[in-house]
Design a protein around this ligand. Structure first.
Ligand SMILES: Cc1ncc(COP(=O)(O)O)c(C=O)c1O
Length: 373
């Protein structure tokens, strides 16, 4: 937390605006809107934002929705909430994000079958924006709208423009692990104010205007509370600092591992500035001396928590039956990828300790090389 989160949240208490209406909600939406340059609506989570976004794109039973395969499950789950079918698209090594070539192959295939997807969910992985120019060009050519899942990418840019402004609808998450948090929450933005208004309506139980409780469509209880919006207001004030801290973490690791064979950082795509939400590396076992899982286990025993890169959706038990274009790149990134400690509050001493333990890891596994003498 920064300095003002508690003050704004306390104002919600002292004014009794603790629920889903109030001045913090208005102010958080206005501040956020000013930051990204599009109208915004505060929601209960990033997942809720994707759900409403896809519904506003008229996704329904029988439709297909393309989605990056290398992501967290919440990018794809709302496709199923709506009874539609996800079709997964592989990443490329240059960005770890959706591969435009693979996307094009998928759209060409579906166009030939006369059955284009209703939407494409493009994820900005680990705080790096996907290569939006070719992706938007291809989707535009086929007339398929993009929902940008910028849950992990607030504060990143693509060719100078903010992450989460490239979709017909874009979404952000303020989950506890994100670069800024409201404990739990999300935001939907769109260049089209009417879509944002519709989302606000659906998120507050779709109550028709007037004092009577009348409903002409089915809504959701997806609005953020005024208390949490207060936290969000304060967090937005420290966003730039958080981005600097996350970038500093990644730079620290990259500098420390510059001459280490088999430990390769997630590439910084030349087209933009990532927020480096998580510091990710790829391990080449033969060069480094141990594999990703051995390293995770070793660090865990040292009290250092790390995680594998997201398990691709097309490998998940719940999604393995669904169509996928490509998949091998995401599979390799998953198999070899590790997310290192990335908190904004890490000290230099803590980062140094992580580096020291990572460098010590391969020695622990040398004796495991089978000896046939
Ligand atoms: C890529 C991605 N999409 C969607 C979400 C869902 O956001 P939330 O946890 O706010 O529902 C997350 C994170 O949780 C995420 O990492």
């Amino acid at each position: 937390m920064g300095e003002n989160e508690e003050r704004y949240a306390c104002e919600a208490f002292s004014s009794n605006w603790v629920s889903t209406v109030g001045p913090n909600l208005r102010a958080f939406e206005e501040d956020f809107s000013r930051l990204v340059g599009q109208p915004a609506v505060c929601l209960a989570s990033g997942t809720a934002a994707i759900h409403l976004g896809l519904q506003l794109m008229s996704v329904g039973p029988g439709d297909e929705v393309f989605c990056s395969t290398l992501t967290f499950a919440a990018s794809a789950n709302p496709v199923r909430y709506l009874g539609a079918t996800p079709v997964f698209i592989d990443s490329n090594y240059a960005t770890w994000n959706m591969d435009p070539g693979c996307l094009e192959e998928g759209l060409r295939d579906r166009a030939a079958k006369g059955r284009l997807p209703k939407a494409v969910v493009v994820v900005d992985l680990y705080g790096q924006v996907a290569d939006m120019d070719p992706i938007l060009e291809i989707c535009g050519r086929y007339g398929v709208p993009v929902l940008e899942d910028a849950a992990e990418a607030l504060g990143a840019t693509y060719k100078g423009r903010s992450a989460g402004t490239f979709g017909q609808i874009s979404v952000f998450s303020f989950n506890g692990n994100k670069i800024i948090t409201t404990a739990g929450g999300g935001m939907m933005v769109s260049p089209d104010p009417a879509l944002v208004e519709k989302a606000r309506f659906l998120a507050t139980q779709a109550r028709d205007p007037g004092i009577a409780y009348e409903h002409s469509v089915i809504g959701y209880n997806y609005r953020m509370s005024n208390v949490l919006a207060g936290i969000g207001r304060g967090q937005l004030e420290v966003l730039n600092l958080r981005v600097m801290q996350r970038r500093a973490n990644f730079t620290h690791y990259k500098t420390a591992f510059a001459n280490v064979r088999g430990l390769e950082p997630m590439p910084d795509a030349s087209y933009g500035e990532p927020n480096n939400w998580l510091s990710c590396f790829l391990i080449d076992e033969t060069k480094f001396g141990c594999n990703r899982d051995q390293l995770i286990g070793f660090l865990d025993a040292e009290g250092i928590e790390t995680r594998p890169v997201w398990k691709p959706m097309h490998l998940q038990q719940v999604y393995q039956e669904y169509p996928t274009f490509g998949g091998k790149v995401a599979e390799e990134l998953f198999k070899r990828g590790i997310c290192l400690p990335s908190s904004s509050s890490l000290t230099k001493a803590e980062l140094d300790r992580v580096v020291d333990r990572i460098l010590a890891a391969p020695q622990q596994f040398r004796h495991e090389v089978p000896c046939h003498a």
